[in-house]
Design a protein around this ligand. Structure first.
Ligand SMILES: *Cc1c(COP(=O)(O)O)cnc(C)c1O
Length: 458
């Protein structure tokens, strides 16, 4: 018998999770007005809301917590983080921040002015938020294949060089301070960017005098896909690939809640000393002194250890194969999911799942509700509710895709949990014809309505 794949870790500490009955879930969901953000986490059996800050730290990370240095200035934990970032990414300077959006806030305070244009590959929502808040514009230059759920492309996160060239040629260069490359591309489904594309984007951007900033939350997962899918990288280590990726960039923003496997934290890496010095002023104002900026010493220690572990092949192989394992089960049953699957999540195409529900009735949210009622799974709607209303017309905006995201936390669930998730999704899929009506909104906030919206089932 061929030996099957098994997780490359064993479990030293456990947390109890509780099953519930359908009646209980009906009641809890009604009390939450059909919005899973309003549910208490103890009412959830398997929580796939996000992979952000929900990972399990290792024994080595926990032991690093004990030797953190909480000195206000010059702490050894700061020195350790500086050395880790230098070794891994090649940046001489860095600033710690409390999470990824704080890194964006500090860096963009220096780089982005009113009227600027910031090209990128489907900017993440907080990134776009920080650009638009400064009255600048984010321009999406992702390749067209990213938006076709039926075509296979190994690097659906790539930027289209023609689109990018056009942005540079049609706008005054002083209005384009940087290009943001997001690895992996979260918004398009955790899809990677190839090394070739990075190299070409970097050459083009530098030719036009702008900087390349890497939005790096899932940089290690991106490196794994380069190793697996791009010619010439199969024999390189993840750490070698990461080093090359960052050799094409001028700065990075990082949400350490993802690929640094900590519950909170972030940082900015710089190759340009002058930029670091300017950003330091904002870091001191918004985050904290340059040697701790929003993080405690113990958290910086756990982050350094997490970065080292996340860039080991065995860890990444276990993680990404777990996502694939779940995807294979769903595909075998005919469940419509985006392909190829990305690094951190599975996206169900809700429109194909429930073809009879009209788009005005929040199709993806109906599936979120149904998965919770079926099995206590908490997933998230990436559809019309999230897309929100047009700020001018106040009409609902209907996105290209109505998706439900199943984000897989790092090192938290076993493959038995994946089997359970797959069974729940397949059960709902088998009775999909019975579900022909969606949801209606009872109450919503003027912006970011998805967090607090109240809904009824039709
Ligand atoms: C999560 C994320 C951010 C923001 O980071 P936070 O730590 O949540 O503030 C920015 N960019 C990408 C690609 C992300 O996934």
């Amino acid at each position: 018998m061929e030996l099957p794949f098994a997780e490359l870790y064993k479990i030293k500490m456990v947390e109890t999770i509780k099953q519930s009955t359908r009646e209980q879930r009906e009641q809890w969901l009604a009390e939450a007005y059909n919005n899973v953000f309003n549910l208490r986490s103890e009412y959830v059996f398997i929580d796939l809301l996000t992979d952000s800050g929900t990972g399990a730290m290792s024994d080595k990370q926990w032991s690093e917590m004990m030797v953190g240095d909480e000195s206000y200035a010059g702490a050894s934990s700061y020195i350790k983080m500086k050395e880790t970032i230098k070794t891994l990414f090649g940046f001489n300077d860095f600033l710690p921040t409390h999470q990824g959006r704080a890194a964006e806030n500090v860096l963009f305070s220096v780089l982005v002015k009113e009227g600027d244009i910031i090209p990128g590959n489907s900017h993440f929502d907080t990134t776009k938020g920080h650009i638009e808040f400064r009255k600048a514009q984010a321009v999406d230059c992702t390749i067209d294949e990213a938006f076709d759920t039926t075509v296979y492309h190994p690097f659906k996160g790539n930027l289209d060089l023609n689109k990018l060239t056009k942005v540079f040629e049609e706008n005054p260069l002083e209005k384009i301070p940087m290009v943001i490359v997001t690895v992996t591309n979260n918004t398009s489904g955790g899809q990677p960017v190839s090394m070739q594309n990075l190299k070409e984007v970097s050459a083009l951007t530098h030719q036009f005098g702008a900087k390349v900033v890497m939005d790096s939350a899932r940089f290690a997962e991106n490196a794994y896909f380069i190793k697996k899918r791009e010619e010439g990288y199969a024999d390189k280590t993840i750490k070698e690939i990461v080093k090359e990726m960052y050799s094409y960039t001028d700065a990075m923003t990082m949400s350490s809640k993802k690929d640094a496997i900590v519950n909170m934290g972030g940082f900015i890496g710089f190759s340009d000393r002058a930029l670091y010095e300017k950003a330091s002023v904002y870091n001191i104002m918004f985050e904290g002194f340059v040697t701790y900026g929003g993080m405690s010493g113990r958290d910086m220690n756990a982050l350094c250890q997490g970065l080292d572990e996340a860039t080991e092949f065995d860890y990444l192989d276990t993680r990404i194969r777990q996502v694939e394992y779940l995807a294979d089960k769903l595909l075998a049953h005919g469940v419509p999911i985006l392909q190829p699957t990305g690094g951190h999540a599975i996206f169900i195409d809700a429109t194909s799942f429930f073809p009879e529900i009209p788009k005005e009735e929040f199709i993806a949210q109906r599936l979120v509700v149904e998965l919770y009622l079926e099995a206590g799974l908490r997933t998230v709607e990436i559809g019309t509710i999230l897309a929100d209303r047009d700020p001018e017309t106040r009409e609902n905006r209907y996105p290209k895709l109505e998706l439900v995201r199943l984000a897989i936390p790092r090192r938290v669930y076993t493959n038995s949990h994946m089997d359970y998730i797959a069974a729940a999704v397949c059960n709902v899929f088998d009775r999909r014809k019975e579900i022909t009506r969606g949801m209606k909104i009872l109450k919503e906030a003027p912006i970011m309505r998805h967090f607090t919206v109240e809904l009824a089932r039709l």
